[in-house]
Design a protein around this ligand. Structure first.
Ligand SMILES: [Zn+2]
Length: 166
């Protein structure tokens, strides 16, 4: 009866807007790995709360980092915000097994026009003859993004699969 229950309490009042928009993954990244993914996000959850993630011309205002190891994926200004329905398998380590169709459709992405623009990024082997998923270059967690090998100038990084860091 005297056991304290304060372990779960977080001082939320001072958390800035960026953190409020993606609280679950940013604070407990391991939860997003290898689970059923239900805690990652809902597509409808994206809203104006992302307004401070991009500049007036729609480019990323922050550094974009791996959720798990904080490896730098993109520097500010190197990607454009875009809406596109892309199916990505749930995030987990590259070595883990999973069903190929076990994933979710994501709609908000950073569009990068050349793979050399990335600070660090890795790619999976080709899937379905034309797709490559983008993964963290350092810890290989992913997918964090999507690339159609037939479209050379379009690389997508999903907003929900990375963290935004000023
Ligand atoms: Zn990583």
């Amino acid at each position: 009866m005297s056991v304290s229950e304060n372990a779960g309490e977080m001082p939320a009042a001072s958390v800035p807007d960026i953190a409020a928009s993606v609280p679950d993954i940013a604070s407990v990244p391991d939860v997003a790995l290898g689970t059923d993914g239900s805690s990652i996000n809902e597509n409808g959850a994206l809203s104006d709360s992302h307004a401070d993630l991009y500049t007036d011309d729609g480019r990323n205002a922050t550094k974009i980092r791996c959720l798990r190891c904080s490896s730098l994926v993109l520097s500010p200004g190197n990607a454009r915000l875009t809406s596109k329905e892309l199916f990505l398998p749930h995030m987990q380590k590259k070595s883990a097994n999973q069903e190929a169709n076990d994933g979710e459709t994501l709609t908000k992405h950073w569009l990068v026009s050349d793979m050399f623009i990335f600070d660090n990024v890795g790619f999976t082997n080709t899937v379905d003859g034309k797709l490559k998923y983008l993964i963290c270059a350092d810890c290989e967690v992913g997918p964090i993004g999507w690339h159609d090998t037939n479209i050379k100038k379009e690389f997508y990084i999903s907003l929900d699969r990375v963290k935004h860091d000023r």
